[in-house]
Design a protein around this ligand. Structure first.
Ligand code: HEM
Length: 220
């Protein structure tokens, strides 16, 4: 991907754009999943719609998966390039300028989120793809709630999920305002974006923690 996107500015902007897209996805994902706390019927309705709507399935979902992969691959490329720049004396100034938009802990929190996504896809996404597009099982609009709560019976999984959400908060604490900066958003509203970023970075992961714990304690 680095070969395709040659200039470091283009890499930075594309990283910011993919981050903004994922920030919107995360909010949407929290809203849909939070409905499982409020009502099983509402969650089933949302999930059935998302799971069967052709626009969501064949346009938005591939864009999302591309966005996730792009963000991770680009994150690694930027990390490697920043490290290399730090090692070479004559570009040291440039290197430290770059590292201010992506502090070192972004790569570590990112790796934890990547590991979480591996588990999360194993839990939900792969079975879903298998159900619909490999085994072609008949659609049951009421199956989603049961499939969701079943996963949160296991305390180990709940702990792993909640740990990952803490790292997600760390990633977002820097990442939210950084993504705005990377796409060139730098004006009198920047302090407000910064504050909104802090609120988002705490509330969204907290919402996911709440969902996981709610279903765990509900299953006891
Ligand atoms: C308690 C928290 C969460 C629950 C209950 C949950 C639930 C789900 C479910 C049920 C699916 C399958 C959707 C489908 O294809 O039918 C899914 C997919 C997915 N989740 Fe989560 N999720 C949670 C947290 C997260 C977090 C924190 C992230 C990102 C860091 C995330 C990223 C994704 C992605 C990328 C997909 C695949 C795309 C999609 O089909 O929507 N999820 N999740």
């Amino acid at each position: 991907m680095s070969g395709i996107i040659k200039s470091s500015i283009a890499r930075k902007v594309s990283m910011g754009l993919s981050a903004l897209f994922l920030l919107i996805f995360l909010l949407q994902h929290l809203i849909v999943n939070f409905s499982s706390v409020l009502s099983a019927e509402m969650f089933n309705e949302f999930s059935h719609f998302m799971g069967t709507n052709p626009l969501v399935q064949f346009v938005l979902q591939p864009i999302l998966i591309f966005g996730v992969v792009f963000h991770f691959v680009m994150g690694f490329i930027l990390e490697i390039r920043n490290n290399r720049a730090r090692d070479v004396k004559y570009v040291q100034y440039k290197g430290s300028a770059n590292s201010s938009w992506m502090s070192r802990n972004m790569i570590y929190s990112g790796i934890v989120i990547l590991a979480f996504l591996g588990l999360h896809f194993y839990d939900f996404w792969f079975p879903e793809i298998g159900y619909k597009y490999i085994h072609f099982l008949p659609e049951d609009p009421n199956r989603y709630y049961g499939e969701l709560v079943e996963k949160f019976h296991d305390p180990i999984r709940v702990i792993l999920y909640c740990l990952a959400f803490v790292f997600l908060a760390l990633h977002l604490l820097h990442g939210f305002s950084s993504s705005f900066q990377s796409v060139g958003f730098n004006n009198k509203y920047s302090p407000a974006v910064h504050k909104t970023g802090k609120v988002y970075a705490i509330l969204i992961p907290l919402g996911f923690v709440f969902i996981a714990l709610f279903h765990y304690f509900n299953s006891l």
